[in-house]
Design a protein around this ligand. Sequence first.
Ligand code: NDP
Length: 269
Amino acid sequence: MPGLAVVTGASSGIGAATAVRLADDGYHVVLVARRKARLESLADKIQGRVAQVDVTDRAAVRTMTDSIPSCDVLVNNAGGAFGADEVATGDPADWERMFQINVLGTLHLTQALLPKLSAGSGGTIVNITSTAASVNYETGGGYSAAKHAQHALTETLRLELCGQPVRVVEIAPGMVRTDEFALNRFRGDAARAAAVYAGVEQPLSAEDVAACVSFVVGLPGHVNVDRLVVRPLAQAAQHKVHRSAIGAAPVQQTATARSGPPGVPGCAI
Ligand code: NDP
């Protein structure tokens, strides 16, 4: 039976779509992110609750979670990629930021809400990682490392909670076209961000990933989807992206084009 769902990163993209989807499923949704105006506007539409919280701030997370009476579903979605540099030249500050949000943010929410999630008939934790949590690619080192760590946290938690009434699910999306993800990665360079999706007929949408969250959460309580990898039809693997219409012959590609437009990693996800 639906109850209360906490969704982090609910001010845009996958998190916003997930908040809407879970509200449609009957959940009262707590929307977590830093940009309050965006949260308020979405919360108005779905009768949700705004929690303006930076997930990297452990004390602020605790204050927020102490103020909610219960929690049935936690979606750790807040995250992102910052920079697209080789390991040799990457900025450690970007790596640190990616670890803080993707990994420690997930840790903070999980630790704070576990007592509520395991109360009564139990709950579900859904961590949004990435296909980069299992595959590496050039210029994706910091993001892949953070997503691998978030995957490790997820798998470890599932092992540690075996026998408890808490499902631990990982959803690992491939290429999803959202408004801000690639823009943030390329520090606001819209041309580079658009190039990630160049020629791809239909990347996943935020709503597609939200449908996956709804699916895994809506299954009977004894069914735990450990890991759901979801990609667009046009992306068979991290480096294999079909950049023309589905059904049409692939555009003749140079080696550079195969690995992505100039300056853009082959998948950037
Ligand atoms: P967006 O950039 O649209 O959303 C990121 C969200 O995280 C925003 O709502 C942002 O809100 C929030 N956020 C960032 N930092 C913090 C913080 N310190 N505290 C609280 N909230 C924070 O990205 P997507 O929707 O595309 O991605 C969502 C998740 O899915 C991420 O974990 C991403 O790594 C993963 N993913 C995305 C893919 C893609 O292709 N787009 C593919 C695979 C995985 P605010 O700035 O208001 O705080």
